[in-house]
Design a binder for this molecule. Structure first.
Ligand code: ADP
Ligand SMILES: Nc1ccn([C@@H]2O[C@H](COP(=O)(O)O)[C@@H](O)[C@H]2O)c(=O)n1
Length: 214
């Protein structure tokens, strides 16, 4: 990963769907924010950069392979990260999992000293690997990820149990094997078990706190 000094340092967290990326990112963010304030640290979710599909019918949208790199607008994500590093605010898209497309509203993100970026396919893209100062791979066993995804997607993402299981077999697991698992080699830190790994949370907090003091 690049070592050059930025106004804004990007820490990436990758791994399978439901491996605990969002949970560890939000835990580190919340615990550090209490000490340093939210002007110093922010979080970006790769999912916000799924392609806009507002021109497609719902029938067409459900056919998209959301676990393939082509489903994501990494050009826009890279552009936004470069803007933040250059000291400019960006309009982060908002994404609707139930509509399978971007919402009309965006979220303004001002430059921070540290941005935690989390998403399944971050480490597959050489441009993102170059932008990230350090990276983490959540190495949660796939059967645990599936159980957690099933519970989460039915409770929070407007999915049925049948649709989660069908999508898992058709795209989620095959794309993990093809793209996500091979990208683990690029991570600086491998975190087992999931988003509640207290030692991993504390290691990340200590690393980010050091960057904030620099
Ligand atoms: N170590 C853990 N123990 C129990 N539940 C967990 C753990 N890590 C994550 N979860 C839960 O699993 C689900 C998926 O985690 P999430 O952080 O959303 O995954 P991701 O962002 O990688 O898709 C969430 O409901 C989260 O609260
Ligand atoms: N319209 C969409 C968009 C994405 N997904 C699934 O989300 C997963 C990535 O998000 P995580 O928070 O779970 O990392 C990915 O595996 C996609 O299958 C979706 O189902 N529908």
């Amino acid at each position: 990963m690049s070592e050059h000094s930025h106004q804004c340092v990007i820490i990436g967290i990758a791994g399978a769907s439901a491996s605990g990326k969002s949970l560890i990112a939000s835990t580190v963010y919340k615990e550090l924010k209490e000490k340093v304030g939210d002007h110093q640290i922010g979080v970006i979710t790769e999912d916000c950069y799924y392609n806009d599909q507002s021109h497609l019918t719902m029938e067409e949208r459900v056919k998209t392979n959301y676990d393939h790199p082509n489903a994501l607008d990494h050009d826009l994500l890279c552009d936004h990260l470069e803007q933040l590093i250059a000291g400019n605010a960006v309009e982060v898209p908002r994404y609707s999992y139930s509509e399978h497309t971007r919402m009309a509203e965006t979220t303004t993100l001002t430059p921070k000293k540290v941005i935690i970026l989390e998403g399944i396919l971050l480490l597959t893209d050489p441009r993102l690997r170059e932008i990230m100062h350090a990276s983490v791979f959540m190495d949660t066993p796939l059967d645990i990820c599936l159980l957690r995804r099933l519970q989460r997607d039915v409770a929070e993402r407007d999915r049925t149990m049948e649709s989660v299981l069908a999508q898992y077999q058709k795209t989620v697991r095959p794309m993990f094997m093809q793209f996500i698992e091979p990208s683990k080699q690029y991570a600086d830190i491998i975190v087992p078990r999931g988003g509640k790994n207290r030692i991993a949370i504390d290691v990340l907090k200590a690393h980010i706190a050091k960057l904030l003091r620099a």
